[in-house]
Design a protein around this ligand. Structure first.
Ligand code: PGA
Length: 251
């Protein structure tokens, strides 16, 4: 299992360092479950210093798909490596919704991340309108297949998937464990089709969308839910720690 905190556009350098210290204090020696935090880019190096020597890994929230060049404001995979990142969140629905990211650009990013040995956390998920129209499987299938098009995966740990129904993100309205399991099983089937039984079965599929200490255990108890991508609750070290403990108990 993997529990990753997505801090989004929250914390400045000082409060990011403090939150990282609190997270390390709460779950820095946890074993049996992987833990990561994804702070804003300006705090990555400072947070890495805090995480160093603990079992908590560092992730970024986005990156560009070129190696370097005239792309004002962008950050490359190599830059993320140079400040100690292990993971990078790609294709988060907020990036798709507000910053024009498409399956094509997300796919380029996944490939570039792999080239630099970063582990992408590839986010997929339908909107409420798409679910109401019964299109959730088709939408997610397209996002998975296009996002991973041409991406070779030999070791299941090379890429992580995150199912994040858009209607559950930051809304306090979480998918029921049964809804999450149904979609995770569907995604598992797609991964097995693409990468074979052995790899597809072992790849991590995280659930994201209003995961809290109170609902984490039920979600993590589902057979195809391999952890969580945590937004709001990851900004509180005690809540994040409780979610990690739920993953430990479920694994
Ligand atoms: P949330 O965000 O936990 O605040 O709903 C999840 C995410 O966007 O990764």
């Amino acid at each position: 299992m993997l529990v990753a905190g997505n801090w989004k556009m929250n914390t400045d350098r000082t409060s990011a360092v403090q939150l990282a210290r609190d997270v390390v204090g709460a779950v820095g020696d946890v074993t049996g479950v992987q833990v990561a935090v994804c702070p804003p880019a300006v705090s990555l190096d400072a947070v890495f210093e805090v995480l160093h020597g603990s079992s908590v890994r560092l992730g970024a929230q986005n990156m560009h798909y070129e190696d370097h060049g005239a792309f004002t404001g962008e950050i490359s995979a190599g830059m993320l490596r140079s400040v100690g990142c292990h993971y990078v969140i790609l294709g988060h629905s907020e990036r798709r919704q507000y910053f024009g990211e498409t399956d094509v650009s997300v796919n380029k990013k996944v490939k570039k991340a792999r080239e630099y040995k970063l582990v992408p956390i590839l986010c997929v998920g339908e909107t409420l309108a798409q679910r109401d129209a019964g299109e959730e499987n088709a939408v997610v299938q397209t996002q998975v297949e296009k996002g991973l098009a041409g991406v070779e995966i030999r070791d299941p740990g090379e890429v992580v998937l995150a199912y994040e129904p858009v209607w559950a993100i930051g809304t306090g309205r979480t998918a029921t464990p049964a809804q999450a399991q149904a979609m995770h099983a569907f995604i598992r089937g797609l991964l097995i089709n693409m990468y074979g039984e052995k790899v597809g079965f072992a790849m991590q599929i995280l659930y994201g969308g209003s995961v809290k200490p109170g609902n984490a255990a039920d979600l993590f108890a589902q057979p195809d839910v391999d952890g969580g991508l945590i937004g709001g609750a990851s900004l509180n070290a005690a809540d994040f720690g409780a979610i990690v403990e739920a993953a430990v108990a479920a694994s």
